[in-house]
Design a binder for this molecule. Structure first.
Ligand SMILES: [Fe+2]
Length: 329
């Protein structure tokens, strides 16, 4: 079948005839689309959601018996947003995952253009992440960065399994398409060095929980605001991703808040609840809450709590898409 010629298009007598011929030349009438391309305010696509650490731990312990780090690349559980049709992202631009590494295991070195970071949940001394050849000790509450193209692997010289939460901007990189990934070790199943590992926390790639507690103690509380007492880790920590630690006083409800930025909250300590767009989630240590863009949300702690907030604010701000709204209570 031949394509319509310019003369065929010029001679169209009706809009229906024009639409039919336009379709054959890879064009569509902008005034005749079945769905609009622009809308007045952000739509609700991905949904508020909650993941429980105790559930993930059970699954990771089973996975520890069933698959090793050499086969898995990483033994992790992706927290995919349960919105219909979604199989990967936690919020639109970010993905979170629980990960576990067993004593003596080595998760081989690789690198990727996606930015990554992790919040350590449970780890005994001896668990570490290697970033660009430097071994960084991992302790509960610590946050470790592995920015775009930094080489990184994970080891565990302790006698206990180590658990943490990973956060990556992979969904954003997938959307924009500058994805590169390479494994920089060949089929390594064990750590390259047999000698005892010297691990440090003197690195720009780690924010220790000890420092976080110190900074939170010095920070000014904002009881009428949406974040309790909040400090930022880095400024921003990664090009696409900003990180905050929020201390919530027991019994104090944070101000309702919504923003065009996507937020993931992870519970570093304490217990409480978050209400995201009317849905209430009771959380405890290690749990994760997704607050997708433009969903009003607030938090309240029943026990002295610290939440870790991971957000794509730097992306929204860089492109002048960042907005926030603090509805009157
Ligand atoms: Fe990685």
């Amino acid at each position: 079948m031949s394509l319509p010629s310019p003369d065929d298009l010029v001679s169209c007598g009706t809009l229906e005839e024009l639409y039919g011929k336009l379709g054959k030349v890879g064009m569509g009438a902008g005034w005749n689309k079945p769905t609009p391309s622009l809308w007045p305010a952000p739509r609700k696509t991905l949904i508020p959601a909650h993941w429980k650490y105790e559930v993930a731990r059970g699954a990771l312990d089973a996975a520890g018996r069933l698959i090793n780090t050499a086969l898995a690349e990483r033994r992790n559980l992706i927290l995919f947003n349960p919105a219909e049709g979604n199989t990967y992202a936690t919020v639109r631009t970010l993905v979170a995952a629980y990960q576990m590494i067993m004593p003596g295991e080595w998760a081989r070195v690789h690198r990727h253009t996606a930015n990554a970071l992790r919040l350590i949940l449970d780890a005994d001394p001896g668990a570490y992440t290697q970033v660009d050849g430097v071994n960084i000790a991992m302790a509960p509450g610590d946050v470790l960065l592995t920015p775009n193209w930094s080489t990184h692997g994970h080891g565990n010289r302790s006698k206990a399994c180590a658990y943490w939460l990973d956060f990556l901007d992979v969904p954003l990189v997938q959307l924009l398409e500058p994805m590169f990934f390479e494994v920089t070790e060949n089929d390594a199943t064990e750590e390259p060095a047999a000698a005892p590992v010297q691990a440090t926390t003197d690195s720009p790639f780690v924010f220790t929980f000890k420092d976080t507690l110190h900074r939170l103690a010095e920070a000014k509380p904002d009881p009428a605001g949406p974040f309790g007492t909040s400090i930022e880790l880095g400024r921003p920590a990664l090009a696409t991703t900003a990180l905050y630690m929020m201390r919530l006083a027991p019994g104090v409800r944070t101000a309702p808040y919504r923003t065009t930025a996507n937020n993931i909250y992870a519970v570093v300590q304490g217990e409480g609840a978050s209400v995201v767009d009317g849905e209430r989630f009771e959380w405890r240590r290690g749990d994760v809450i997704a607050a997708p863009a433009w969903r009003p949300h607030w938090h309240e702690a029943t026990r002295d709590a610290i939440l870790f907030r991971v957000t794509d604010e730097p992306v929204m701000q860089r492109f002048n898409w960042w907005r926030e709204e603090r509805p009157a209570t």
